[in-house]
Design a protein around this ligand. Structure first.
Ligand code: SF4
Length: 209
């Protein structure tokens, strides 16, 4: 990491991910991040053996969500934003926060998360009490959580695509047109994982003999 960081000082976050390291502002190694590359087994090996031939980025998050939200805060002089993140939902979103309130000078306004501490059972009680009606994605299609349709960063994208294909064929086609190459690449990685797993099993068998 030190060697790479010296060479690419502006690429800190990506290098932390690639090297399984979490660095403080002073550049001391503290711990391995829960979002390191090794959280996805054999991903590094796969990327090195199969470099992608198409661009991969999270720029749609940047330009469709983050930047417009920042612009709105600026244009409306907002001093507080309220978001619906719950700690119990897990994932990157909730792991980024420690409490229901945070101050941010860089963002230009503070953030309040009123349902941050709601447990899953609190959520069920709330739904019952207020008669909350959920989208068909949950009640008919069987999805457990939703975000952007067909987001290629979704860990379970293949299962989600099957659901979309069955229930929303036109939406499925739209997702394929936009993210088709990413889906193919993810499938290839899952095949690679299976192959590596088998090879590892064989190796372990031979060692035990
Ligand atoms: S599709 Fe995925 S990467 Fe794109 S904006 Fe939605 S969540 Fe972000």
């Amino acid at each position: 990491m030190e060697v790479l960081f010296k060479k690419y000082p502006k690429c800190k976050t990506a290098l932390q991910w690639w090297c399984n390291a979490y660095y403080t502002a002073e550049n001391d190694v503290q711990q391995m991040s829960r979002f390191s590359i090794s959280r996805n087994k054999w991903l590094k090996e796969f990327l090195m053996q199969n470099p992608p031939d198409f661009p991969i980025s999270n720029k749609c998050c940047e330009y469709a969500k983050k930047k417009p939200a920042k612009r709105f805060i600026k244009e409306t002089y907002a001093d507080l934003e309220i978001t619906g993140i719950r700690k119990a939902e897990g994932g990157i979103r909730s792991a980024n926060y420690k409490s229901c309130f945070s101050e941010s000078k860089s963002k230009g306004c503070n953030t309040y998360r009123p349902i941050f501490w709601y447990t899953d059972s609190d959520k069920r009680d709330y739904e019952k009490f207020y008669g909350v009606e959920h989208s068909r994605c949950y009640t008919e299609y069987g999805l457990k959580r939703t975000g952007c349709v067909g987001c290629p960063f979704d860990q379970k994208i293949n299962e989600e695509l099957d659901v979309i294909m069955q229930n929303e064929p036109k939406l499925y086609q739209a997702a394929i047109n936009i993210f088709g190459k990413s889906y193919e690449y993810t499938r290839k990685y899952h095949e690679f994982q299976k192959m590596m797993k088998l090879q590892e099993k064989d190796r372990n068998k031979r060692i035990r003999r």
